[in-house]
Design a binder for this molecule. Structure first.
Ligand SMILES: C[S@@+](CC[C@H](N)C(=O)[O-])C[C@H]1O[C@@H](n2cnc3c(N)ncnc32)[C@H](O)[C@@H]1O
Length: 229
């Protein structure tokens, strides 16, 4: 498994900025993220009760609340390579909302098994390259792959420090904040047997969001496996 050593995983060094927020989200105490409500809306027509659903780079797994609150009975699974986020989710999400063993520690590059729907929201920009993890996600998905990430005309590989990390790591530890080329990702998904459509991102209207001083051109791709409908 390609789980980074915690020392080199930026997410393990967000104790001050993100851990309390992820705990609140896992408890269902925060309002729903627009990227989550939009994903439910877009994939809704493809959902059937009992379907299996994998959220890759799930953080603490709080996306499960979007289905729980709407009474959509899918079997949610989440995987993330940051142990502290998985631990937060297992501890804070009530077991009647999500049994703790539905959250797994794992890297997208090692995703195995089959699920009806695979989503990856706000996570691909962390990948050194998109091909291997997107291949795993496509091969794991029986019907639908939904990706929200930083995508644009041209690829930009960015390996940079982050000013929002804990003391000792702030502006020192580097990580990927990549922008992949839309056409490359679409062509790759098509080569894996998916019909791909672009969906306008509701939060940014496909504009560029600035976060931690960095540009994030969020885009959404919906892949539906050919012959699955
Ligand atoms: C910005 S957070 C997004 C969390 C959640 N999807 C959301 O939208 O709230 C990115 C997450 O991706 C995880 N991550 C980054 N690269 C990963 C990889 N290769 N495999 C699994 N998880 C990864 C990080 O640990 C982090 O939890």
């Amino acid at each position: 498994m390609r789980i980074p050593h915690p020392e080199y995983n930026i997410w393990e060094h967000t104790r001050e900025s993100l851990f309390p927020l992820y705990a609140q989200r896992a408890k269902g105490e925060t309002s729903e993220l627009t990227c989550h409500s939009q994903c439910v809306e877009v994939i809704g027509p493809h959902l059937v009760p009992g379907m299996t659903f994998m959220d890759v780079g799930c953080g603490a797994g709080d996306f499960v609340w979007s289905f729980h609150r709407r009474g959509i009975a899918i079997e949610y699974h989440g995987m993330d390579f940051t142990r502290s986020f998985i631990d937060i989710g297992r501890e804070k999400i009530p077991p009647e909302v999500l049994p703790p063993d539905r959250l797994q520690l794992g890297a997208a590059e090692d995703l195995a098994g089959r699920f009806d729907v695979v989503v990856c929201i706000n996570t691909m920009q962390c990948f050194a390259d998109f091909r291997e993890p997107v291949e795993r996600m496509c091969r794991a998905a029986r019907k639908v792959v939904y990706l929200r990430s930083t995508l644009d005309e041209d690829e930009q590989i960015r390996y940079e420090t982050d000013g929002y990390l804990d003391e000792g790591y702030k502006n020192r530890l580097r990580s990927y904040f990549n922008i992949f080329a839309l056409r490359d990702v679409i062509a790759f998904m098509e080569s894996e047997g998916f019909e791909v459509s672009r969906i306008v991102d509701e939060r940014t209207r496909d504009g560029v969001e600035m976060s931690a001083g960095k540009p994030f051109p969020w885009k959404i791709l919906l892949g539906v496996r050919r012959g699955s409908t």
